[in-house]
Design a protein around this ligand. Structure first.
Ligand code: NDP
Length: 251
């Protein structure tokens, strides 16, 4: 797919300090967007900022724990004050939790997975939905996972959180279907990142696509030309395909 022209667009991306979010932030900036990059690790954000500047782009760094819900509310207000709108939201920050039988999962771990992967995503939606509607081509991309559908043994908390993200995507897409806003989910597939190494430690990372490759395939979902909404996209090895939600779910 062709790279979109995102000149003059404002993009907010969470989890931009490493992994898929880091490279997607860079892709957005190289395509012309001003990137608002959110994560806790200041070093990772600063490295991103350096790379974006070297590539001729621009970014604003927001060191933030996404579990700080009132900070998310303030973020929407600050974006409104400074830019008056938001064109692109990428809700990418995520945690895996522990891979263990449900009966062994610690309550605080389950809570953190839900807080980071679900509640903060809803809070972001609540904070920036009015700003995305002010854009002439608002685009929201929420990161899901194959685990949402193939919930394997021991992946319960993470799988439940990603199924919830897909449900939020569909609800939000229905709410906004008569606007310019397009809301979609993407499953990046197994990608060579810290999260994947934690999830599947015995795997040879060199067999997996790099986050840079995966990010380049996600970028077209930010395009002003995108027509689809309410879909769950998969990132395959070549090109880009999607699976349509069943009619029963659409109604
Ligand atoms: P990484 O673990 O490499 O990166 C996760 C990012 O999320 C980091 O930038 C981290 O920043 C940020 N993050 C985590 N917790 C918080 C928090 N409390 N506040 C702010 N930021 C936070 O993950 P990946 O790049 O692998 O994953 C990106 C997305 O893709 C996730 O949603 C993941 O579920 C999904 N995914 C990944 C797959 C894979 O194989 N890698 C497969 C399927 C889905 P920091 O620690 O600096 O705060």
């Amino acid at each position: 797919m062709e790279k979109p022209d995102l000149s003059g667009r404002i993009a907010l991306i969470t989890g931009a300090s490493r992994g898929i979010g880091y490279f997607l932030a860079k892709e957005l900036a190289v395509a012309g967007a001003h990137v608002i990059a959110v994560a806790r690790t200041v070093g990772g954000l600063e490295e991103l900022d350096d790379e974006i500047q070297r590539a001729g782009g621009s970014s604003t760094l927001v060191p933030l724990d996404i579990k700080d819900m009132t900070a998310i509310d303030r973020l929407g207000a600050s974006i409104h004050e400074r830019w008056g709108k938001l064109d692109i939201l990428v809700a990418n920050a995520g945690v895996l939790g522990t891979i263990s039988p449900l009966g062994h999962v610690e309550a605080k771990v389950f809570q953190e997975v839900m807080d980071v992967n679900v509640i903060s995503v809803w809070r972001l939606i609540r904070s920036v939905d009015p700003l995305l509607r002010l854009s002439d081509a608002g685009r929201a991309i929420l990161l899901s996972s194959g685990a949402a559908h193939s919930a394997k043994a021991f992946w319960g908390p993470y799988a439940a959180s990603k199924a919830a993200v897909e449900a939020l995507t569909r609800s939000w897409a229905h709410e906004t279907e008569n606007t310019q806003l397009r809301v979609n989910c993407v499953n990046p597939g197994a990608t060579r990142t810290a999260m994947r190494a934690k999830a599947v430690p015995g795997e040879d990372p060199l067999t997996l696509p790099t986050p840079a490759e995966v990010a380049a395939r996600i970028l077209p979902l930010a395009s002003p030309a995108l027509k689809e909404t309410g879909l769950i996209f998969d990132v395959p090895k070549n090109g880009f395909y999607r699976y349509q939600m069943p009619e029963a779910v659409r109604d």
